[in-house]
Ligand binder design. Structure first.
Ligand SMILES: CC(C)(COP(=O)(O)OP(=O)(O)OC[C@H]1O[C@@H](n2cnc3c(N)ncnc32)[C@H](O)[C@@H]1OP(=O)(O)O)[C@@H](O)C(=O)NCCC(=O)NCCS
Length: 215
């Protein structure tokens, strides 16, 4: 089995969006919007194509990761550029076989090589702690509401990159596409049933969990 990780190309867009849809369907909300996010983010000025990778098994794409620019804004309004990733997805039939790890680690290595300072992301801690991400509270980086959440995590890519920066994180507007086009776009894929599932409530609870750790 040959595993290849390479930059995403236009010919990959549709299959990447199909896999993203499958990976996220009914996972966090009934249905999914992450395939629409992938579809729209590429056109946003904050999109970072040089870090947007696909992973292939014997030439067949089984997953992808998207990166975009974000910024930390301090109390004086100074801005510090960082980057963020998401959506990241592996086709469900290949979950928990180490492919997500290969893809995420590769992208982090490339981000370092290209000179980016730090990555700040939102997600489940258990997905990202394996790569060294830690609650952004450790670096005094809050959400715009001033609160620290366990689901907001940071990883400096250079020694001390976040030591002299504090403030709140602003993710790209490209990460929040308006939903007007979602329904019509989703209808270009095979019909799939939207379901309410217990894990969606867990996600909601996790997303608002305050980080009470002392770092
Ligand atoms: C998240 C995702 C990309 C991970 O890809 P993957 O190939 O399944 O992950 P890996 O097998 O490489 O796992 C690497 C490590 O991450 C952690 N991890 C991954 N999925 C996990 C899960 N469901 N529960 C707990 N830990 C998990 C584990 O530490 C794992 O190592 P281990 O298997 O040796 O314990 C994939 O599960 C996915 O597409 N999920 C649906 C979409 C999604 O939730 N994306 C993230 C949005 S925040």
């Amino acid at each position: 089995m040959t595993v290849t990780i390479r930059l995403e190309e236009p010919k990959d867009y549709r299959i990447v969006e199909e896999i993203t849809r499958e990976a996220f369907w009914n996972l966090y909300v009934p249905g999914a919007e992450e395939h629409y996010l992938a579809h729209t983010l590429r056109k946003h000025p904050d999109f970072i194509p040089e870090l947007t990778f696909v992973i292939e098994l014997d030439g067949k794409i089984i997953g992808s990761i998207f990166y975009s620019k974000a910024k930390i804004v301090d109390a004086e309004g100074n801005e510090y550029p960082v980057i963020s990733f998401g959506p990241v997805s592996i086709a469900p039939e290949y979950h928990r076989q180490g492919y997500g790890r290969l893809l995420i680690e590769h992208s982090i290595k490339e981000a370092k090589r290209l000179g980016y300072e730090a990555i700040v992301i939102g997600g489940f801690p258990y997905h990202y702690h394996p790569y060294g991400f830690i609650g952004s509270k450790k670096y005094n980086i809050s959400m715009p509401d001033g609160k620290f959440y366990t689901g907001i995590m940071a990883l400096p890519l250079k020694e001390g990159a976040l030591d002299n920066v504090s403030g709140h994180i602003i993710f790209s507007e490209g990460m929040y596409p308006d939903h007007d086009g979602l329904e019509a776009y989703d209808q270009t894929f095979p019909a799939k049933e939207k379901k309410v599932e217990p894990r969606q409530a867990k996600f909601e609870a996790a997303a608002s969990q305050i980080d009470n750790n002392e770092y």
